[in-house]
Design a protein around this ligand. Sequence first.
Ligand SMILES: Cc1cc2nc3c(=O)[nH]c(=O)nc-3n(C[C@H](O)[C@H](O)[C@H](O)COP(=O)(O)OP(=O)(O)OC[C@H]3O[C@@H](n4cnc5c(N)ncnc54)[C@H](O)[C@@H]3O)c2cc1C
Length: 475
Amino acid sequence: MSEKFDCIVVGAGISGITCAGYLAKAGKKTLVVEKLSEVGGVTAARDVMGCKVSMNIPLVSKDRYGDANGWAKAAQDFGADVRVVNCSVPRIYLAGSGKPPMPLPICLSPEGAAKWMTEILAASRPDLMENNIERELVPIMKEIYETPVEKMTVDWDEMPVKKWITRRTDIKGIHFVFNMMMSVSIYTSDADYTWNYGNVGKALEQFRIWISGDGKMAVPLPNTQFGICVPLADAIRKNFNCEIRLNQEVKKVIIEDGRAKGIEIIGKNGEIQKIFADEVVVSTRWVSYSSIFDPMPVFLEEIVRQASSPEHYMGGAFITFIMNDSIKLDGAYFLIFDAKTGTNILGGCAQSTEQPWSAPEGKQFIWIFKILTGKEYEKLGLESIGVEMKTHMETMFPGFSDALVWESPAQGRHAPTHFYYNSQPKVRHSYPAIKHLYFAGDCTYPMYGLLTDGASSTGFITAMEILGVDQPADI
Ligand SMILES: Cc1cc2nc3c(=O)[nH]c(=O)nc-3n(C[C@H](O)[C@H](O)[C@H](O)COP(=O)(O)OP(=O)(O)OC[C@H]3O[C@@H](n4cnc5c(N)ncnc54)[C@H](O)[C@@H]3O)c2cc1C
């Protein structure tokens, strides 16, 4: 006999787990189906030299944990054993400026933030300095500081950086420094790409977390997968009887007569098995849509087509280094900008100081990443990108090469992965054309927050929609 649930959630990433948790907490008989052997999706930690590397430092929007209904609120609501510690202060290095690395301060007033932005501009592009920059920046920073998170994540969520800032000022120096900060805030990195496509709502939210202290960068114990996703999953199993099936790929979402009715999976003997449900939530991210919808719903076609277009391909490269202690890695997250273009050319984290529990004993351990457009990625090739990344490390940490004991090869690929941070139309949580079908995950709109926090919030939003609960006005 076929199985029947109230709700099925496809995908056990942070958004799927959050969604399933709220549904199960409300008494719905809920099943989560995940194709991989563990929960956590893209937060999965990798093994490097016997260490767990998680290039994931979760961000929590707003100062009081949980206001944005992301994973911190879910942990409280589900009774999950999630423990975090605060991150050290990120540092900024303006390559080519001749200036030493500077800490990213928390500016308590918009006036202070305007002054700091002006200092960054003066250090990176003195040629763009004008007398009125700081004064002109004050109302812009004021608006950023005072805008409710709802407006930021809903009204501005599909607006490109260029459109937002050129409506407020035509001063080139402000355009430059603003875009530079947006490039790093949404990890689009490339200044030109960010200018044209960067999603200003998400970027401003992270910028506000950093610059105004309106939120936290947290280090979960031991990492995002095992410190957040696994405890959330354990809690919803234990406390709300939510069932999570791993190693089970959903082959198809069953849609009949304009409504979702369940899913198809492959059974033990290779036969197709149907599992029925009143509500189906797809929380896989858009890259999986083409394999689980047949035919693809019309309302998704254009979004998927745009998302996979070559101009939205971004390249990512990652390297990990193990070092002796002949030089000291003095801290956590760092960001290197090309002072001339405003592109964020490198980021990284000294895991041995920030997450010493998952670094090799007695050694310094650092991971770095670089994101660039797919076009650049193809032109340069992974190997030469890796060489360039290493050169920057020597500039940032003199003596780096001599201290090096081991390095991983540069790894990476180019793929349309950054679609979900840019400003094109995103997938809605539901559509009138197909009833009882819902979407969650970090390619959906709206998303109260960004990255892990926002992804988790999409699960909350969908669960509330299914449960018919009005969302809190102030989120
Ligand atoms: C390299 C990288 C670094 C990041 N760094 C940070 C950071 O520092 N801080 C931060 O807060 N956020 C960071 N993020 C973002 C954050 O990790 C994601 O926004 C978030 O984890 C996405 O969660 P999700 O549930 O939407 O998607 P996913 O985690 O992708 O979950 C989707 C799940 O669906 C499953 N699935 C797919 N197809 C099927 C199918 N057919 N059947 C069954 N299951 C299926 C997948 O296996 C997966 O487990 C980073 C992301 C990346 C890629």
